[in-house]
Ligand binder design. Structure first.
Ligand code: ZN
Length: 273
């Protein structure tokens, strides 16, 4: 019998999302011999530019932002030992409500079916056993994250190949812990002015808890490659050890499963090996 290696595919919206929400599982499963594939849907052009110039400000040149973020993405993949990086190259749509949402070529205005066909082709090529993406709100409502969710679910339906599909999530208890640590460190932690919809899930609704603390250093290094983006600096201020403490457990909701592996589980590949 020929042994086929297991394959994990993570579908993300922007360069840097792979590090924050799935850096641990990408590093851990690569170390365990799993073939890892990262699909990044957009080019990140609405991010901060070289020298910290903000989108919309004079001197924010989308082409140079894209080039910088592509190089950062490749360095992040090297840190996480991602075997295959695939970029779909759609234009970053910016935050919900930005005029960039509706620009031609934006990921948000791309018909779901069209982008899903391209992703389905990658699923047929790599035949992932496990696919990971965001929930239907893209975790926090960013249009590109919502779109990544939509095209992933459509591509999975078109191909019927992955045995398991997961959505990333964060336990509510982790948010509380995060706020506490930030306060202790004296890091400026702006409470939103308006009440926000609750992010993450109560612990009991989380199906899958993957311990990636042994790979916290790699996850930190991957995030550090994206230090050009202000929101990431926030996490880097924690330092390696506390970052690992806080971000070392990666959590998911299992939404498709053909293995009948009992829940809760501690391995995305439970039932497959
Ligand atoms: Zn993102």
């Amino acid at each position: 019998m020929v042994e086929r290696t297991l394959t994990l595919m993570a579908v993300h919206a922007h360069p840097d999302d792979e590090a924050t929400s799935t850096g641990g599982v990408l590093a851990r499963y690569a170390a365990e011999g799993v073939t890892t594939v990262l699909v990044t849907c957009t080019d990140g052009r609405c991010g901060d530019g070289p020298g910290g110039v903000k989108p919309g400000d004079p001197g924010h040149d989308p082409a140079s932002v894209v080039a910088m973020r592509q190089a950062e993405l490749e360095a992040s993949c090297a840190a996480l030992k991602v075997a295959h990086l695939e970029t779909l190259g759609y234009a970053d749509s910016g935050m919900m409500g930005w005029p960039t949402n509706d620009l031609p070529g934006s990921f948000w205005t791309t018909p779901v079916d069209e982008a899903a066909d391209r992703l389905a082709e990658l699923i047929r090529r790599y035949r992932p056993d496990v696919v990971v993406t965001y929930d239907e709100n893209g975790f926090y409502g960013h249009p590109d994250h919502i779109q990544a969710h939509r095209i992933t679910m459509a591509a999975v339906a078109k191909t019927d190949i992955p045995a398991k599909v997961y959505w990333t999530t964060v336990p509510r208890t982790a948010f509380a812990e995060f706020g506490k640590i930030m306060q202790e460190m004296g890091v400026e932690w702006a409470e939103p002015d308006e009440p926000q919809p609750q992010l993450g899930l109560p612990d009991e609704e989380i199906s899958t808890w993957v311990d990636t603390r042994a790979y916290g250093g790699q996850k930190f290094d991957a995030l550090a490659t994206h230090a050009s983006q202000t929101e990431n600096i926030f996490f880097l201020q924690l330092g390696r050890e506390r970052f690992t403490e806080l971000m070392g457990m990666e959590t998911f909701v299992r939404v498709r499963d053909t293995t009948d592996a009992p829940l809760p589980e501690d391995d995305l590949f439970a039932g497959l090996r």
